[in-house]
Design a protein around this ligand. Sequence first.
Ligand code: LLP
Length: 425
Amino acid sequence: MRGPCGEIAFVPVAEIARDFGTPTYVYDAAAIVERIAELSRFDVLRYAQKANSNLAVLDLCRRHGALVDAVSAGEIHRALAAGFDAQGDPPPIVYTADVFDRESLDCVIEHGIAVNCGSPDMIDQYGESTGGGGEITLRINPGFGHGHNRKTNTGGAHSKHGVWHEDLPDCLARARRHGLRITGAHMHIGSGADLEHLAQVAGALERLAPQLGGDLHTLSAGGGLPVPYRAGEPASTPETLASYFRLWDAARRRLEARLGRALRLEIEPGRYLVAEAGTLVTEVRAVKRQGGNHFVLVDAGFNTLARPAMYGAYHPMSLLPKNSRAAGAGLEERKVCEVVVGGPLCESGDIFTQDEEGMVRTQPLPEAQVGDLLLIGCAGAYGFSMSSNYNSKPRAAEVMISGGRAHLVRARETGADLMRGERIP
Ligand code: LLP
């Protein structure tokens, strides 16, 4: 969080809570722009919008030169609504998936969106729909993967993602049958992997790409760049990012020499651009002891931020006393204790402090009182985008801070939104 305690990007959190209510996701636009700039060495930065697909975030990315990845017809519609062109070179929008549901197939055909196929069937379905001709890229599963959690590991035999590395000749034959040229090779082995694991991808892509034939002109390093959620976890530094780029650039140059043509190098991060720029602002609604545990219950639950319940993910938290402008002010007399932080849902797993096995854990926080604000940090990626209406809870508001002002970029859902489309027969 940039800015003094109690402020997000120099706007007092108490003001944000007063003006927009809680729970509210707050994004610092400047922090996202900084991250985009850090990756400018790559020829193309393609934002994986599944991390945060709010139109204001997409628009910000577009204005700062990023292109975008989409995994559904809905994400394609979002990209178009945010002003990305449907077609271009490099393609502004790429649909990357392992299946075409009927809606997404119709959508890519209607708008002429580039496709990155993660299964042999996608090649046939796309070829049949185009009626012959055109180009595709292939997402390859190199046979290994890595992630911050087994659910975010997207490579290897246990993963459903990508075309299996031994099936490339079959994919090539299918593409030829449909008159499709394979112009790109893409690999994404997991989310939140460390740079060492990510580095192995460059070697695997370098080994496999030559099998793809004479039309190859793009390599994609995928996403997966880690961010430090816990204090003390290694952050990517300009040096580590530079060495990651050098490694990919070297693989690209060796391939260029071998294939005798220029190759474009793409990177496709989601989390890295937005995670640290986002804070979930919640209000403490109940404080109670259960045996030895001290519970702090806030107005956001796993319907709002699913990562702790889904992966045992850690998010840093801080407390802002009611009616205070600065975190810390008014906290001096409060003793710090180990607390379990949970939400309002009717489910015992609705806990923000839990481990991968679902065991309840604690975080040290100053003793909370009802009405205090609890700030959940590093929540800009896979926060709102994974939220749901479970327990008929409206989804949170989203606010973006830019130019020193807080802008509402998604209104809080209402009771009417919850029942839209429902009928009693
Ligand atoms: N490219 C592809 C093909 C992907 O499947 C993903 C993420 C990305 C890029 C972006 O990965 P990133 O740079 O954000 O790590 N919900 C999980 C993360 C799931 C990621 C799925 N694919 C979480 O909250 O950690």
